[in-house]
Design a protein around this ligand. Structure first.
Ligand code: ZN
Length: 241
């Protein structure tokens, strides 16, 4: 039941939103065209240009499932879009990571949540673990983009986000200069398990974009070593084609 004050503050918020739209028209992140009142961050036209995976309705193994075959046993995987360089998705991911667009990250998370909400495959997921970044990096950037996505997903699926189960070890900036083989080795040393024990049986790791999958593999392996019976799923905003 709504209280009277809630109704007033809600309609006032809507009034402010309309006023703000008149003074500062929102523009599409991708094409810079003005957004309608019903569009958020990206216009309908640009949304349509992104390439959906439709992994949520796959009845056979998807390319994302196959990426982890022989590496780590996962329960379910999901990515909303395919990632390709020089395509709109690259700008969107860049904005999400570097342009301080926290509401955008949460909005994308909500879209992910709504997409998997009605699929039977993801019903068993009990909690979300965003891929952590080092606290120093988080402080400098102001947020962790995977955490924002997790916030949006959690809102829709009504499940908790676990922040201290896995931690990022150190800020290893030299990693990007190493080759792929060396990076895999390094990835397994990237994370540590938090001190407080976790009791969930099925968790989903949340990431913004998956390319080789080595970071996620390392993180999942670490979780499995600590919790041998844990079911692990992966939810990502995008995956490289
Ligand atoms: Zn647009």
């Amino acid at each position: 039941m709504y209280l009277k004050n809630d109704i007033i503050s809600e309609s006032f918020a809507r009034y402010l939103e309309g006023l703000q739209h008149l003074i500062f028209p929102n523009v599409c992140l991708q094409c810079s065209y003005e957004l309608s009142r019903f569009e958020k961050h990206i216009c309908g036209f640009c949304w349509d240009k992104l390439q959906r995976t439709y992994f949520e309705s796959y009845e056979v193994a998807s390319g994302m499932d196959q990426l982890f075959w022989g590496r780590i046993e996962l329960s379910e995987t999901f990515a909303l879009y395919f990632f390709e360089k020089e395509k709109p998705i690259q700008d969107i991911l860049h904005a999400l990571k570097y342009q301080f667009k926290a509401p955008l990250g949460r909005h994308f998370g909500e879209v992910m949540g709504k997409t998997i909400l009605n699929s039977d495959k993801y019903k068993e997921i009990e909690a979300l673990i965003p891929v952590p970044i080092h606290p120093q990096k988080r402080f400098l950037r102001g947020y962790n983009q995977s955490e924002l996505l997790a916030e949006g997903i959690a809102e829709i699926l009504k499940i908790p986000i676990l922040m201290d189960v896995v931690q990022k070890k150190n800020n290893n900036s030299s990693q990007t200069r190493k080759n792929r083989f060396l990076r895999w080795d390094n990835a397994s040393e990237q994370f540590s398990i938090g001190k407080k024990a976790m009791t969930y049986r099925h968790v989903a790791i949340v990431d913004d974009v998956i390319t080789t999958g080595s970071t996620l593999e390392a993180m999942a392996q670490l979780l499995r070593s600590q919790y041998p019976d844990l079911q692990i799923s992966l939810l990502s905003f995008a995956i490289a084609k």
